[in-house]
Design a protein around this ligand. Structure first.
Ligand code: 13P
Length: 253
């Protein structure tokens, strides 16, 4: 049975003290609830707070992921962080190809593919983001756009490698805007993505792949989104910065 996953993408938010407080709050709240045994909670703080998060995670129920990784192995790449470094910190997950990185840092599908390769080489599960912008949705081009992102970013992998991939469908028009995809819109494209995976790797691999929804997901709408058969959880931005909201979403299955 594929995992339910709720992952918090903190983006570029919080200071050291604020991060400490938020992680502690999440840890405390996780102790008070009973999570579905099939649910994995992941927090993805900025790089400087990863060690703090992994320290806390040893005595809690959440796993830790990074928000980005270099597409290069090591060497003279000032400011970059390698998959080997993340592996040495025992991180289990890393977000790749977020629309903000695609838009502001020119991350192409080819770069996404190289980052995915780096992560898999170092035993880290990539959470690979895809999703269309508003004009593409208005032109009904979302399927074509997502197909290209998935094909060019991931379909060079073997089925064995692909088994470590988590996909996050994040319509760019829903990120940070308060506009959420309707449960029907989410289900339609998640089923489409699962179909692409089935075509390439077979139904068994597709059935085991967790496909998350991201974009203004909140405690108030998570339940109806997660109730869909092909929506396996969420990649949460704004609502992951408040422990109450984040835990509210993690318990929405
Ligand atoms: P919001 O939940 O703030 O819309 O952000 C979604 C997102 O980009 C998660 O990666």
């Amino acid at each position: 049975m594929r995992k339910h996953i709720v992952a918090g993408n903190w983006k570029m938010n919080k200071t050291f003290e604020e991060a400490d407080e938020l992680i502690n709050d999440i840890k405390d709240q996780l102790e008070e609830i009973t999570l579905d045994r099939n649910t994995q909670v992941i927090i993805c703080p900025p790089f400087p707070f990863l060690e703090m998060a992994t320290d806390y995670s040893e005595e809690s129920y959440f796993a830790v992921g990074a928000q980005n990784v270099s597409d290069q192995e090591s060497g003279a790449y000032t400011g970059e962080v390698s998959a080997a470094m993340l592996e040495s910190m025992e991180l289990e997950y890393c977000i790749v190809g977020h629309s903000e990185r695609r838009a502001y840092y020119h991350e192409t599908d080819e770069i996404v593919a190289r980052k995915v390769d780096q992560l898999l080489k170092h035993g880290i599960s990539p959470i690979v983001c895809c999703g269309e912008v508003l004009e593409e949705r208005e032109a009904n081009r979302q399927f074509e756009v997502v197909k290209k992102q998935i094909t060019d970013g991931l379909f060079h992998l073997t089925a064995e490698q692909f088994a470590n991939i988590i996909i996050a469908y994040e319509p760019v028009w829903a990120i940070g805007t308060g506009k959420t995809a309707t449960p029907e819109q989410a289900q339609e494209i998640h089923a489409f993505i699962r179909g692409l995976i089935a075509e390439k790797y077979g139904q068994a691999v597709a059935d085991e792949t967790s496909i998350l929804y991201g974009g203004s997901c909140k405690p108030g709408n998570a339940k109806e989104l997660f109730a869909n058969p092909d929506v396996d959880g969420g990649l949460i931005g704004g609502a992951s910065l408040k422990a109450n909201d984040f835990i509210g979403i993690a318990t929405a299955f």
